[in-house]
Design a protein around this ligand. Structure first.
Ligand code: PMP
Length: 487
């Protein structure tokens, strides 16, 4: 096994040698995960957790086909892609076969950030322009170039200011955004949200500083599991293209069948991007990503005369793994599973709305689901503390891992491995229902949630020592026991 140190020793070494800025789930009582299998993760004591957050472990943690393909290739040859290799070209062939016909050329990279960085370079080189339109609350990665187009990061206190050549359009959130179904009943919200994009294009055109690209996650994830209103991307792409810009789809979170009805999430809006970025699920935990684009954009990049070389991008091991992942998605019918289970989860979560006022909105596509918690349903007041409390209780009491996100961090996010089954959905629903029952049950619980909230912060802070952690955990369980007894 991979466990060599006791948990307190791991925490001590992490505190000493790993930058405190590095994000850690459940910071004051972090999990030490030592093993994964399918949709489950196991801690050092052998406790099983149902994993509802790891969209990276797309076909399931440690899928034997993927492990075998990677191990075999690692034992055969791993070198850079300046040599011919069948896994590389076959990976490109399979990937592009899944895309619209115009997207036939690949560049392999190692992460989502690298993919988006390269996409920006391709777009800027093709258009000979620099300006980029991005969406509010978007996250496109941790590199300097993509941090600049990630309001999720630069809008945080302490974030670096937005550069002049970046323009932010509203997040197409029809529940809590600028244009909602409540404020504009019956209106074409897709058109309303696309309008600011057209306005940015016009404004920049008038200034003689045209837009190079529009980049958007096909479904915003950090932005709060957003499903754009119908017609949104069509109208947005039309405006950008009319102004001579190119359209980039960031499929890093949502690609490879997660949305159930389609292999790519952009297909749900019936658009064809000029550049698509993929990563995370592609390697099932192994770092691999790709930028897929048109021959014209790729040719313009080649015409610069500056060759592209990426030491690890597209190495035979990465490609063998990506090929195995795409094979398993087909063989195990995981896209269809995502559609079926996603429908079931959405239906069941929608039913919970009748029972619990603290659910403001339920939305999703396949195994990409968001449940927005509110303290006042009518006013749609975000319940950030409530969401934190639920995330923590789901882990501590029920051993179910979910996360929260969105502009107000009040959206419970589900994006489990695609092998998630009905029993898993029921396990989640039972636990979630218990949490909501507690959350909705007034004063006493509210007081407890305030007491529990600081214990489970997932943001920056100091990791408690193991002793403190244990004491906190014990106190929390005592509180939770009292709560359960009082139900
Ligand atoms: N784009 C999106 C939509 C993401 O969610 C992420 C990672 N959360 C990235 C890009 C960056 O990917 P990576 O962490 O692999 O660099």
């Amino acid at each position: 096994g991979s466990e060599q140190l006791c948990k307190s020793e791991t925490i001590k070494l992490r505190n000493k040698h790993i930058g405190q800025a590095c994000q850690l789930f459940y910071r004051s009582d972090p999990l030490k995960i030592v093993r994964g299998q399918g949709q489950y993760m196991f801690d050092e004591e052998g406790t099983r957790y149902l994993d509802c957050i790891n969209n990276v472990a797309h076909v399931g943690h440690c899928h034997p086909e993927v492990v075998r393909a990677g191990a075999l290739q690692m034992a055969t040859i791993s070198t850079n892609n300046r040599f011919l290799h069948d896994e590389l070209v076959q990976c490109a062939q399979t990937l592009t076969a899944k895309m619209p016909a115009s997207l036939s050329v690949c560049f392999f990279v190692n992460s989502g950030s690298e993919a988006n960085d390269l996409a920006l370079r391709l777009a800027r080189n093709y258009t000979k322009r620099r300006d980029v339109i991005t969406l509010d609350h978007a996250y496109h990665g941790h590199l300097q170039s993509v941090m600049e187009i990630s309001p999720y990061k630069f809008n945080q206190p302490g974030g670096e200011p937005k550069p002049d050549y970046v323009h932010v359009a509203p997040s197409p959130d029809s529940y809590a955004g600028q244009f909602t179904d409540k404020l504009y009943p019956g209106a074409d919200l897709g058109a309303l949200y696309a309008q600011p994009i057209a306005e940015i294009c016009e404004r920049q055109q008038a200034k003689g500083q045209d837009v190079a690209a529009f980049i958007a996650e096909s479904l915003q994830s950090c932005g709060g599991q957003i499903l754009p209103p119908p017609g949104y991307f069509k109208a947005a792409y039309d405006a950008v293209r009319a102004a001579g810009g190119v359209c980039i789809a960031d499929e890093v979170q949502v690609g490879f069948g997660r949305v159930g009805t389609h292999y790519w999430a952009f297909e749900t809006q019936d658009v064809v991007p000029d550049i698509v970025c993929v990563a995370k699920p592609m390697g099932n935990g192994h770092p691999v990503g790709a930028v897929v684009t048109t021959p014209e954009i790729a040719q313009a990049f080649h015409a610069t005369g500056v060759a592209y070389f990426n030491t690890y991008g597209g190495n035979p091991v990465s490609c063998a793994i990506a090929n195995a992942v795409m094979r398993v998605i087909e063989e195990e019918g995981l896209q269809e599973n995502a559609r079926r289970l996603g429908d079931y989860l959405l239906r069941q979560c929608n039913e919970l709305k009748y029972e619990f006022d603290c659910i403001g909105d339920v939305r999703g596509a396949g195994l990409f689901v968001g449940i927005e918690l509110v303290s006042d349903r009518e006013a749609r007041t975000p319940d950030t503390n409530g969401a934190h409390w639920v995330v923590n209780r789901m882990k501590q009491l029920h051993h179910v891992l979910v996360s929260s996100d969105g502009p107000n961090d009040n959206v419970i996010k589900l994006k489990p491995p695609m092998c998630f089954n009905e029993a898993n959905a029921d396990e989640f629903l039972l636990a979630f229902r218990e949490c909501l029952a507690c959350l909705c049950r007034d004063r006493e619980v509210e007081a407890a949630s305030v007491a529990v909230a600081p214990v489970m912060g997932m943001t920056n802070g100091v990791i408690a020592t193991a002793a403190e952690t244990l004491a906190n955990k014990t106190k929390m369980f005592e509180r939770q026991d009292r709560l359960i007894k009082s139900v």
